[in-house]
Design a protein around this ligand. Structure first.
Ligand SMILES: [Zn+2]
Length: 252
């Protein structure tokens, strides 16, 4: 029987970076409330985990934050499920930066993409109403364009920063959010000159500026000092911090 959460919650399907720990998947997050559900990103290893939580025909939308492969690779698996498997007749509504389908079709040329209906995310940002969820998105500095996403329901919110370097747009989008999911590629190390990712201190600083209630760190590379990163992020934030655990329910 399908579990119906009463309040807004997030289940990290995968929290790894572009290469990950042996037991990690790449980026993917299921956010749901009541009968409404969205997936933010579908990196490698996340679609099978999604199947363990919800039949994808019940997803109101999938939002792909940007076109790096570790955030979208499992659309290749989703396509099969929706075009030839149990999802036939229920195409997945995918919102992504322009160019998604050209990239996917370059990998699987000439095969059926009937299982996916793709929509371009508008430049700068916007808002989608899907089911009982309000989905706000805003561009953040990373591979242009990359969208951070905030999902709201019943006065609660969860904000996913996608990949990004330190910036003002994420702090603004996450204003007063209950849970901020922030990337921490570099852990306790300095952010290299020109890099488009964050470290723990930067993630904590954005959580502090946003007035977030709680910070979940994700997208750390395998060699990151995880305990040190939590201390550094908590020092900058001043609120509760932990590394997001995959397949764990976090209620907003
Ligand atoms: Zn990226």
């Amino acid at each position: 029987m399908r579990r119906v959460p009463a309040t807004l919650e997030i289940i990290p399907l995968g929290t790894g970076a572009a290469f990950a720990l042996p037991d990690q998947a790449q980026s993917g997050y299921l956010i749901r409330a009541g009968d409404s559900a969205v997936s933010l990103d579908l990196g490698a290893g996340t679609f099978n985990r999604l199947l363990g939580q919800i039949d994808p025909i019940h997803l109101d939308a999938v939002v792909i934050s940007h076109l790096h492969p570790d955030h979208l690779a499992d659309l290749l698996a989703a396509r099969i499920y929706m075009a030839y498997g149990p999802g036939v007749g229920h195409p997945l509504e995918v919102h992504a930066p322009p160019g998604l389908m050209e990239r996917l079709e370059a990998i699987v040329d000439g095969d059926s993409w009937a299982g996916i209906t793709a929509h371009d995310l508008p430049t700068g940002g916007g808002v989608l109403e899907r089911g009982d969820l309000t989905i706000r998105h805003a561009e953040v500095p990373h591979l242009p364009p990359t969208h951070a996403v905030r999902v709201e329901h019943g006065g609660r919110s969860i904000t996913y920063g996608a990949d990004c370097r330190p910036n003002d747009a994420l702090a603004a989008l996450a204003d007063g959010t209950d849970i901020l999911v922030a990337e921490c590629s570099f852990g306790t190390s300095e952010i290299p000159e020109g890099a488009m990712h964050m470290n723990a201190e930067a993630a904590g600083e954005i959580a502090r500026r946003a007035g977030a209630r709680r910070l979940l760190l994700v997208h750390g590379y395998p060699d990151v000092d995880r305990e040190g990163a939590v201390r550094a992020a908590a020092g900058a934030f001043g609120g509760p911090v932990e590394w997001a655990r995959e397949m764990t329910v976090y209620a907003a």
